[in-house]
Design a protein around this ligand. Structure first.
Ligand code: AHG
Ligand code: MN
Ligand code: MN
Length: 314
């Protein structure tokens, strides 16, 4: 992992994409989303934390910030000129912009993941998954790019177009400049993030969690998917799980705009992502709101989870 923030000449996001010969329209799309994050930051820091009154298709009450963040991103993407279709956690169905244009991109995104953490001042994020063409119901292995923006003590942006994973920090001018490129999860899993109620774990997941703890793996769980995954990447190792539960066999997290983008990024960093039995990126979605269990991070830890589940649950 090369460290850049000490160089006098800061490499900003657009330059990094250009110097990696990225497609011009994909570069434009990634930079539009980066620009949208500046408005989301302002909304988080100063916005109304009241309830928006409406609810998304999961029946979850939408915080005003969820709705506002969704609108900010949709507005930017709608006018970007490079988007065919988009779908977000906050919209019940696909939003068609230029639906039959296979030269454009389709975007699945979670505008504000962990929104319920804002009023307790904990870190939240935006998660984005990008495909070429109009079809959003593709397996995650077909993504052409994925990214997240983490609104924490510092604002950071992580992206990959399939050529490694790179982290940028927002500077005083609200520009994203390169911190690290080609981040690799080379270390052992010293931390683990167990989502969901432990009392509802199935035997395989329970054995996996117990084995991690017996090995001295420390529990680190914020309740925010973006900071919890970011921690694994930047600390070069660890494992996050939001498993199948006895009363929720598909777990909680959504495939299209939470699991697929994070699985793409973690695999690009040398990590692994499974639903407990198969690779997340190989799941063929039949609907935009599909949920799946997830075990993601250091490959050896993910393999151990699969082994525990196979041996305990068949
Ligand atoms: P969102 O706020 O977009 O609905 O997502 C919240 C998710 C994710 O951020 C996190 O990993 C998970 O909810 C935490 O769930 P629990 O509160 O059940 O632990
Ligand atoms: Mn979410
Ligand atoms: Mn959300």
């Amino acid at each position: 992992m090369e460290h850049f923030n000490s160089t006098p000449l800061q490499i900003d996001l657009r330059r990094h994409l250009r110097e990696n010969d990225e497609d011009r329209d994909l570069t434009r799309l990634i930079c539009e989303i980066a620009d949208a994050s500046k408005y989301i930051i302002n909304a988080i820091r100063t916005g109304d934390l009241g309830m928006a009154g409406t609810s998304n298709l999961y029946g979850e009450k939408q915080l005003a910030l969820d709705v506002l963040s969704d609108r900010i991103i949709i507005k930017r993407l709608r006018h970007s000129g490079v988007v065919a279709n988009l779908v977000s956690e906050e919209s019940d169905e696909v939003v068609s912009i230029d639906p039959d244009n296979e030269d454009k991109f389709s975007v699945a995104f979670d505008p504000l993941d962990g929104s319920s953490l804002v009023d307790v001042n904990m870190a939240v994020g935006t998660i984005v998954s990008i495909y070429k063409g109009g079809n959003l119901l593709q397996p995650g292995r077909n993504q052409v790019a994925a990214m997240y923006i983490l609104y924490g003590p510092r604002t950071t942006l992580v992206y990959s177009t399939g050529k490694g994973v790179h982290e940028f920090g927002m500077n005083s001018l609200m520009e994203y400049t390169l911190n690290y490129q080609n981040i690799r999860m080379t270390g052992p899993a010293r931390i683990y993030s167990p989502g969901g109620l432990r009392s509802k774990y199935t035997p395989g997941t329970e054995r996996f969690a117990r084995t991690l703890e017996e090995n001295g793996t420390k529990l680190r769980y914020s309740g925010g998917f973006v900071p919890d995954i970011n921690q694994l990447l930047i600390k070069r190792g660890g494992v996050f799980m939001y498993p199948h539960l006895t009363d929720a066999p598909s777990g909680k997290l959504r495939l299209l705009y939470e699991l697929n983008p994070m699985a793409f990024l973690v695999e690009q960093a040398g990590g692994a992502a499974s639903d407990g039995r198969r690779r997340i990126l190989d799941i063929e979605p039949d609907s935009v709101d599909l949920r799946a269990p997830v075990f993601i991070g250091t490959p050896a830890a993910v393999a151990l989870a699969e082994q525990c589940i196979r041996e305990e649950e068949g």
